[in-house]
Design a protein around this ligand. Sequence first.
Ligand code: HEC
Length: 99
Amino acid sequence: MKKFLAVCAAACIGVSAFGADGATLFKKCAVCHGAKADKVYLNKIPALKSISTAERLQYMKEYAEGKRNAYGQGAIMKINLKGLTEEDFKAIESYIETL
Ligand code: HEC
């Protein structure tokens, strides 16, 4: 599987509905969280860059499971993470790290 993903990352650019391509997956997140993960959304959600990788991964899992609602808008995040797998979360994380 790992090997497949590596091959896919190189070959599937532009065909991202499938495969964990962090940069493509993050485009959707950038609308609210900023292209560089540095935007404070609605003047209250901390910029993704300002929290740690471990925190981001944990929060993403909690939103996906409907368990987090830190600013009263957890439902928005739940919808945005719908259909994404843990592999996708990790791919997004690796991409945020490069920003
Ligand atoms: C429509 C706007 C929107 C989009 C698109 C969006 N988010 Fe969010 N995000 C929010 C809101 C609103 C919150 C705060 C939710 C709450 O009340 O806990 C949030 C919170 C977060 C947090 C927790 C921040 C913290 O410090 O508590 C993470 C991590 C996060 N989003 C990652 C992502 C990722 C990754 C994506 C793309 C797959 C994404 N978001 C897409 C609006 C958005």
